[in-house]
Each structure stands twice: as C-alpha cells, then as structure tokens.
Design a binder for this molecule. Structure first.
Ligand code: ADP
Ligand code: MG
Length: 700
C-alpha cells in the first residue's frame, strides 16, 4: 500500500477520516461534488456501495450475439427516435452501431430517456438481446455512457454508483477504486472471527473489495450478503434493545381486567364480540396487567371492529381510576368515536371529553382544566391531545387510531411523573410482515382477520369512460331502491391539473347531470368543522342520498345504508387508501358496488388498480402494495424517524431479515446491553445509527 509518509504516524481511524479533498484524484471541486453525495472522508467512500452493477464479463460484438444470454455491447449512437404507440404509451428507439452492425435498444413508456441520448455518443449496453426481423434488439438494457477517452472496461462486473450533477460515473469509479486500494485494509472488522464463521460471512476486508470491484458474481453475492446481513442485524439489535428498554426500564400502572371489571365492560357492548376481538382483548388485558408499558399494534381489516377493542382497553383503565385518551387522525373520526362511546356509556359514570382543533377556545380551556383536575376519564381527540401539552394527572392508556397517519414514535411526550401510559396503536392498513418485523419490530401485534358476521362483500369494477353512463344508470337505480352512495375525488389541494376532477366541480356536474333529482351533499377537508359535521349528519340521517367527498371519508366513517361508491381519478390514490375507501360501503345488510374510474399512467398504477379490483383482503393487498411501491414509499423510514437502509431491501431480503432478527434476539437475550467486548463495535454502530431515533439514549 502506498500511503503518504506522514500517514504512517496516524492511526487507522485517523487515516480513514482523511477528508475527500485530500484523496488521490479528488481536488477541491470534486470534493464538493462528493460532499453532495454525503461523502466526507475515506471511510464514507468505502461504504458508498454501488447502487447497481453492469456485468461486463461477456463483452461481445453484434456479430457474436446469441439469444438467451446476457451480454454487453459497445457502440456509437446513430439514431434516436421516440414513437407514440397509443394511449399515453411510447416507444423509444436508440440505434447503436457497433463494428458495422446494428443493435436496436428499446424503452417502453420512458419518454424522458430520449433526452439522455444523442447521435455520436459512445455507449455500453447490457441486456438479453433478441433477434427480430433480422435485427438484434434489446429491451430496457442497462446503459453506460462512455467518455471519448474512455476504453470500455472489459471482462469484469462494473459497479454503478449514484451520481450528482457534474460527477461522471467513470470518475467516481476511479476515486472509489483508489480508496479501496489504499484504505480498504484499514477498516475494522465488526464481528468476532467465530461469529463470521458461524454465520458464513465474508470478512470485512474482502467484502469491501468485492462489493466495489467484484472478481465474479459469486464474490459479489457474498460481499452483498455480508453487508446486507450486517445492516439488518444492526437494525434488529436496535429494535430488540428498544423492546428490552421498554420492558425493563419503564414503569406503568398495573391495570388487570379482573372478572368483575370484564363482565361490567362487556355488558356495555351492543353485540357479541368476534373471535378475533376476544383474542385481541385477551392479549391486551395481559399486557395492561403488567408493570411495564403495553406497546401493541392492533391491525385489522377495515370494518373489522377495532374500536370496540380500544373501548374495552380504555374502560379497563377507567375501572382502575386511570384516564385514557384516544387520538384519531381527523376531526370527523374523533367525533364519531365520541358518539360511539357516548352511546355505549350512556347512564354510566364515565366522563367523556372531546378535544380537537375544532372546538372553541373557551370550550378548550374548560376541557383542559377538567382533564387536569382529573374530572375527565376518557379524552377523545385529534393531534391536539399531544400537541397541546395537556396535563393528565393519571393517564393509564393511550390509543392511537389509524396509526399509519401518525409517526409511530410520539410516546415520550405523554410520559408523566415517571410513569408511562400503556399504548395501543391501531391501523386498518395491515403492515407487511417484513415491515412489522423491522420498523414496528418493537411492537407486539394483534390482528383481526375476520369482520363481524353479516358483512357484505363489495363488487369492485374498473370503469372506463365508455361505460360511465351505464354505471350512473345503475347507481341511480340503487339510489331509487333506497341505498345511499359516495362519490370520491382526489383532494381539493391536489386538483391543480385540469384532468383531475375537483370535488366542487364534480358536485355541480353530478347534480346537473347523471344524479339530477337526487339529494347531494358535499364534504371536503377545507370545510369548517361544523360544516363537515353537518354534511355528515345529513348523510347519516338520509337527508342527503349521495355524499360527494374527498378522501376525508377514507377513515372510519360508518353509514350502514351507504352501499355505492364511485371513485374518480382513482390512479391518484394509493392501494391502501382505495381499500380504506371501499371499507365505507360494506357495512350494512346490502351488497356494495364500487366503480373506480381513472387513467393509470404507469404500469405500476395499472397493476395497483387491478389488484384493488381483484382482492378484498387488506392483508393480501398490503403485501402487493409493498411489492409494487417498496418500503421506502409505503412506510417511509423517514416518516418514522428511522434512518433509511443503505443496502438492504426489505422486499428482497426477507430471508436474511429473519436470520438477523433471530440472531439479534439471541444476542440481546444473553447480553441485554451488549456489554460483551467482542461486540463493542456492533454496539457502537447500533447506538450511532438508531440511538436517537429509537430513544436508546440511556443504554449508551
Ligand atoms: P374499524 O376496525 O374499521 O375501526 P369499527 O370499529 O368502526 O371498525 O367497526 C365497524 C362497525 O362494526 C361498527 O359499526 C361497529 O359497531 C360494528 N361492530 C364491531 N364489532 C362488532 C361485532 N362483534 N358484531 C357486530 N358488529 C360489530
Ligand atoms: Mg376505525
């Protein structure tokens, strides 16, 4: 290795901290570009893993191509042509000339790619070529743009790094290679030797070389496996640590559901509980009887009856003289919870209070006062509860409804007098298994799989404009039979684009068009709370037959006679959201009918809509959505305050995730604070990466 002489005096850690600007091949200008990528020193560069690879081990000329094997070809762009092939579909042709032969590269529906090519450019393309009408073509190949002075790298697997404006792929590749050669040997191993062997992990020095400059695909796979495992293990250790902390370092009131309490509560419910509800209640009761906080997620299909489970838990707290709070994501939903509770608790001594953004200042002051004085047992509200510094003298339980709308980690703000309340979070967006194990890995999970007996299915159709008239005809027929219905359009705020039906416009068009003669109501998020409440009341009472709405009705609204739904611009909704919306119309004695109109612009959004029409199982849809959109989107780590994963992909790496999870649990069970000096490095990594996000401070 060729360090500069003064480096000999420096410790490996100091050398690894060498600022990028002093690395070979990096001047002040390029240093700025690297810093834009978050790369400040040599160590950062070693762990700046390629985002992809291009396999150059088979570099061929066009004359040597054969079908069925992946190869790379080097050539010059001769022609670029974008063709429209009907309904928002396009086909981009790039003709590559290579030693007198042509190779046609094709991209479907990626018109933006056109700008990336110009005639005369040198390219390296990789993919699986096919012979069509005597011409070789390759669909969606991987691409390398070659500089004029660049010789095509041959016979290797080429790393592809994320770039930033002004930084060329081959330049960053050169910098990384240099750093791997000169500094790669200095990084510290994270795992003890026997751990590496036991888990069949490549030692870090080899892994860092193989991940940037793989010898072959086997070496690359082993290197990736090592780093993915490491990343997942660190995450799982953090989660296991957090769980250990919660159970061993936090105190909560013991709130057992004794037989007497249990009987008294159940008497209040107007129906028999389902098996799932009983099971969830058992799990919750066990948790609440303990002296450390319950930290449980209740997930259940839309309409599966989560509210009553929450109500049970809150009444257990109240039975012990503690307060309970339930937070809903919207004012409308909070008011609905209030109504349900008031109904079930009529003629009881339980004192309820509503705390939302919509109540008057005077009312609010009075309510806050009553809560502080201990004159309120159950507080129903929105975010206002945790934002407003409410002082609960005896808070025993917090329920967070439709949890996916909040971040998960807001608990610290409600800790009082050293006592943590128990937590129950509820979601109707089932969480894919891998996510449940990671981002929510410190939560225990109860699931409601069935819905209460007598639930109706919803027939779901994907409508196109040709069948609009037919659908409205059907819609009107059902209205005439006495049913009610919703018409849902995307948010008012989002309606910038002309093609998007705005809710007000939609309301007018319908009242003068297909729904003429029926009584229509309107509700959207920009209306004042009283106006919203009034619109809901009118719909509930049947005074209006159709409610034209934005997705404010997505969560929780419950009107049994509403069995019809039209969704406009459905491509603008996520799969979970569509499914939530559908949940509004399966609540009564009659079957539901839903028609989703829309213009899916991408394959993914087409597939999303097809999945929606094809399944009514929320758990299944959650997995599909996860597969289509990926964890980053669906349950963004950022949203939950957890740093993003760098190399692991929860969709792809499920098996390694299970392995890491098991190993993490074993490690923490044996050594709950990771005090074993062999794991010192690992411990530091866990705390550095997740300490703040997961509130692991007191372990450090
Ligand atoms: P979600 O899980 O979507 O929050 P809710 O708690 O709002 O569902 O329940 C949906 C509807 O089902 C409500 O009208 C509720 O009263 C009713 N319900 C809940 N549990 C049962 C049950 N065991 N039997 C009959 N109806 C029930
Ligand atoms: Mg609900």
């Amino acid at each position: 290795m060729t360090y500069m002489s003064q480096d000999a005096e420096k410790s490996p850690a100091e050398q690894l901290a060498t600022p990028v600007q002093f690395l070979k091949g990096v001047g002040p200008d390029r240093a700025l570009l690297l810093e834009k990528l978050g790369l400040r020193n040599a160590r950062d560069i070693l762990f700046f893993f390629p985002r992809d690879y291009q396999d150059m081990s088979e570099l061929r000329s066009v004359a040597e191509l054969e079908e069925g094997s992946a190869v790379s070809v080097c050539g010059t762009v001769e022609e670029v042509e974008l063709r429209s092939i009907g309904m928002r579909r396009s086909k981009l042709h790039v003709v590559l000339r290579s030693e007198g032969h042509e190779l046609l590269c094709i991209w479907f529906n990626q018109p933006f790619m056109q700008a990336r090519f110009r005639a005369g450019q040198r390219l390296l393309v990789s993919g699986e070529p096919k012979l069509r009408r005597l011409r070789w073509e390759v669909v969606h190949p991987k691409i390398q743009w070659l500089d004029d002075d660049e010789t095509p790298p041959a016979g290797c697997i080429l790393p592809i790094y994320s770039l930033t404006d002004g930084l060329k792929q081959y330049k960053i590749r050169r910098v990384v290679q240099e750093v791997v050669e000169n500094y790669g040997g200095l990084i510290e191993e994270v795992f003890p030797k026997d751990f590496l062997q036991e888990h069949d992990l490549l030692p870090i020095h080899e892994a860092v070389v193989q991940i940037h400059t793989p010898d072959d695909s086997v070496g690359l796979q082993r290197a990736r496996r090592r780093f993915i495992y490491q990343e997942l293990l660190v995450l799982q250790l953090a989660v296991a640590l957090r769980k250990w902390n919660l159970t061993h370092q936090c105190q909560s009131p013991e709130l057992p559901a004794t037989t007497k309490v249990d009987a008294r509560i159940r008497r209040r419910f107007p129906f028999e509980l389902t098996t799932g509800q009983r099971q969830a209640i058992r799990e919750i009761s066990t948790d609440m009887a303990r002296s450390f906080p319950m930290n449980r997620l209740l997930q259940g299909e839309v309409g599966s009856g989560k509210t009553v489970v929450a109500e049970y838990a809150m009444l257990v707290a109240v039975a012990h003289g503690h307060q309970a709070a339930i937070m809903a994501p919207t004012e409308v939903l909070a008011r609905q919870h209030m109504r349900t509770l008031a109904r079930d608790l009529a003629q009881s001594r339980v004192r309820l209070a509503l705390l939302t953004g919509g109540i008057s200042a005077a009312q609010r002051k009075e309510t806050l006062h009553a809560i502080e004085a201990g004159d309120v047992d159950i507080v129903v509200g929105t975010h206002a509860i945790i934002q407003g510094q409410v002082q609960f003298p005896k808070l025993g339980l917090v329920v967070i409804d439709e949890q996916h709308k909040f971040g998960v980690r807001q608990r610290a703000s409600l800790r009082q007098a050293g006592l943590d309340p128990h937590y129950l979070v509820m979601t109707a967006t089932p969480i894919p298994r891998t996510i449940a194990m990671t981002l929510f890995g410190d939560l225990d999970v109860s699931s409601l799989h069935e819905t209460p007996a007598g639930r109706q299915t919803v027939h779901t159709y994907l409508g196109d404009n040709d069948r609009r008239d037919k659908w409205w005809e059907f819609f009107c027929k059902k209205l005439a039979e006495g049913r009610q219905g919703y018409v849902v359009t995307p948010l008012v705020e989002e309606a910038s684009d002309e093609s998007v039906a705005s809710v007000e416009q939609c309301f007018h068009e319908l009242s003068e068009g297909p729904l003429q003669g029926f009584r229509l109501g309107l509700i959207h998020g920009r209306m004042k709370p009283e106006a919203k409440e009034k619109a809901m009341d009118q719909f509930r009472s049947g005074a209006t037959q159709v409610l034209v709405a934005t997705s404010v009705i997505e969560v929780g609204i419950d009107v049994a006679n509403a069995t019809l739904m039209t969704i406009e611009s459905s491509e603008r909704f996520g799969l979970a959201q569509l499914h939530q919306l559908r949940g509004r119309i399966c609540r009564g004695a009659h079957a539901g009918f839903l028609c989703a109109f829309g213009n899916p612009k991408t394959d993914d959004s087409q597939r999303r809509l097809e999945a929606f029409a094809g399944s009514v199982d929320g758990f299944e849809l959650a997995e599909i959505d996860f597969g289509l959109r990926g964890p980053g989107d669906l349950f963004s780590t950022r949203q939950h305050g957890v740093p993003p994963l760098r190399i692991a992909d929860l969709r792809r790496d499920g098996t390694l995730l299970e392995e890491a999870r098991k190993d993490a649990q074993l490690l923490i069970a044996e050594d709950p604070e990771i005090r074993n000096p062999n794991f010192e490095r690992l411990r530091t990594m866990v705390l550095r990466r997740y300490g703040a996000a997961l509130d692991l401070g007191d372990v450090g």
